[in-house]
Design a protein around this ligand. Structure first.
Ligand SMILES: [Zn+2]
Length: 377
């Protein structure tokens, strides 16, 4: 073969590889179930009837005007990827986080365990309930992207007891984990989701009759528990091009003895005063406190805003969530908890639980107070 023929051959092979790779990426982006499903007619009818749905724009809306980006800077995918690949030293932990071994057989009523970020397991009214169970990467691409910080002990769906209820707050990847949902299905009796999110679970094989889909301010009863979906100030979507196709929200979970509030992801807003406060008093509150930035100031709250929200709803016992697991913003990983602890020091009526990941505590007992994150390199 002469030189020219060799070059032509190499070019042909290169072209074939590029075509195949492009095809594979296109097929993944188009057909992979991780992106979720499309609501069926039954769900669509309920979506269209929701007060939170703008039928003209074909999307859900917050109770008050909420722009996604609060900056004139254009979002840059390269800046985001660079930040993800090479975070500044000290921004994330470089050693495994101190954690506790979790025994799934010992959880008692009124007890709770935090698995980092917004994954919280608790027993209430005799039922095992978990919020936003995420045990893999918070990213659509398996093994690539936003991975959980390392912990001394490892946690997975296998670590969990049989679950009566899985509460899902919205369809973002750091809350709705495609692999975890599939792993959880056989050990879960009920999934409770905001409008539109049912379609994702259906596509992933969860049976219709196990899923309860709710609008804001709707309540469902399971066993002794009454569960209400309440507004949050956020957004949704599992693809870049489709905005707010499904609803988002927090939950109020009430047993005959205790009432909990789970804020889910939320910017600070009037919903705390105008809606959530009406359900007070709460025996325990899980509040979002992390992944904030002035560039997206309306959809995630700062620790100072979280504290204001806690005051708005008269919270007394609190677990800060949405921190300690994923690098999703520009702040150092301990910034949320340090700022909240500093501010809360002047609020004697509010007690903050700071359990290690995996540590069981009683929501009505002495709350864990060790500042375990101090000194983690
Ligand atoms: Zn979110």
């Amino acid at each position: 073969m002469n030189m020219n023929k060799k070059i032509v051959m190499i070019l042909k092979i290169l072209l074939a590889v590029i075509v195949l790779l492009t095809g594979a990426v296109w097929a993944f982006m188009t057909y992979h179930p991780v992106w979720g499903g499309t609501p069926d007619e039954g769900s669509m009818a309920r979506i269209r009837a929701s007060k939170a749905y703008n039928a003209t724009l074909g999307k859900f809306e917050n109770q008050e005007p909420t722009q996604l980006l609060t900056t004139d800077e254009k979002p840059s995918i390269t800046t985001w990827i660079t930040r993800l690949m090479a975070a500044d030293e000290g921004k994330n932990p470089s050693e495994p986080l101190p954690s506790a071994a979790f025994d799934k057989n010992v959880l008692k009523d009124g007890e709770m365990v935090w698995f980092g970020h917004s994954t919280v397991l608790f027993k209430l009214g005799g039922l095992n309930v978990i919020t936003d169970p995420v045990f893999h990467n918070a990213s659509p691409i398996p093994y690539i992207g936003i991975s959980p910080f390392k912990t001394e002990h490892s946690y997975s769906v296998e670590s969990l007891p049989e679950l009566d209820i899985v509460l899902l707050s919205h369809d973002h990847y750091d809350h709705l984990d495609y692999r975890a949902i599939q792993e959880l299905d056989s050990k879960t009796k009920h999934f409770i989701v905001p409008l539109g999110v049912k379609a994702h679970l259906q596509r992933w094989g969860v049976a219709d009759d196990k899923i309860t889909e709710m609008d804001w301010d709707e309540q469902t009863k399971i066993g002794t528990l009454a569960i209400t979906l309440v507004p949050a100030r956020h957004f949704s979507g599992r693809t870049l091009n489709i905005k707010d196709p499904t609803l988002w929200g927090g939950y109020i979970i009430q047993s005959p003895e205790l009432k909990y509030y789970y804020s889910a992801d939320s910017g600070y807003g009037k919903h705390y005063r105008e809606t959530i406060a009406k359900h007070a008093p709460f025996d325990f509150v899980m509040i979002e406190n992390g992944a904030y930035d002035k560039k997206w100031a309306l959809i995630h709250e700062t620790p100072e805003e979280a504290l204001q929200a806690l005051k708005d709803i008269g919270a007394t016992k609190v677990l800060p969530i949405h921190w300690g697991k994923f690098d999703m913003a520009n702040h150092v990983w301990t910034d949320p908890i340090n700022r909240l602890m500093k501010d809360v020091a002047s609020q004697p009526e509010i007690s903050v639980a700071t359990p290690k990941i995996g540590q069981i505590f009683h929501t009505q007992g002495d709350l864990p107070a060790e500042q375990w994150w101090q000194g983690v390199r």
